[in-house]
Design a protein around this ligand. Sequence first.
Ligand SMILES: C[S@@+](CC[C@H](N)C(=O)[O-])C[C@H]1O[C@@H](n2cnc3c(N)ncnc32)[C@H](O)[C@@H]1O
Length: 218
Amino acid sequence: MQRPSNRSYSLRGNRMTRAQTLAINQHWASYGLVIDEELNLNDLFPDKKLVILEIGSGMGEATAEIAQVSGEVGYVAVEMHQPGLAALILLILEKQLSNIKLIREDATYLLANFIADNSIDGIHLLFPDPWPKNRQHKKRMVQSEFVELVARKLKPNGFIHIATDWQPYANWIKSRFDANSSFSGGIVARPSWRVLSKFEGQGLKKGHSVTDYRYIKN
Ligand SMILES: C[S@@+](CC[C@H](N)C(=O)[O-])C[C@H]1O[C@@H](n2cnc3c(N)ncnc32)[C@H](O)[C@@H]1O
């Protein structure tokens, strides 16, 4: 599979602060992964029972906080936005975390080409870009094809947890998962591990309500 032509991320500025540039230059080799062959996420953290793929870690504040309180879990953050990855490296250093690895890639392309089928314990997709306008809907990450891809890549009983503050996207997500017989699940209460991210805070300020979904692969 090629990288999707309907990108689910915006090509917003890749300008980095001096600290972010230094973080990438000095520490990418320790935390970043360059993927050129099939990858088993569990092999990255041999001492962890559970490894979560976090799709679209943004500026990494939530990722770092979640990883800090769940030291027994390994996290692989996949994000296209270079300053966000750099910001996450700075948080990893500040909090002295040893359970996060980073990948700069389109998550759909990564899943389709480099992750073995039936190999992922769990996926977090927290506040994916809602692409609210009708003409942008094709850019939404959650499409029927994405749901099929996730079904292929999760282990049996593996899960995907999705949170969104955009109600029309919540409905869209539900209808795509409901249409796929590989999954059971649906709306769940906000889990205690899901800390408030900047994106969520912005949504709440605008009066949005947040929906959490948890789907389990049958
Ligand atoms: C709205 S932000 C949410 C960030 C974070 N999860 C949070 O809750 O603060 C969505 C993020 O997903 C990233 N993203 C969108 N499509 C992606 C893709 N195909 N692969 C990797 N990252 C992607 C964007 O670059 C953006 O940083």
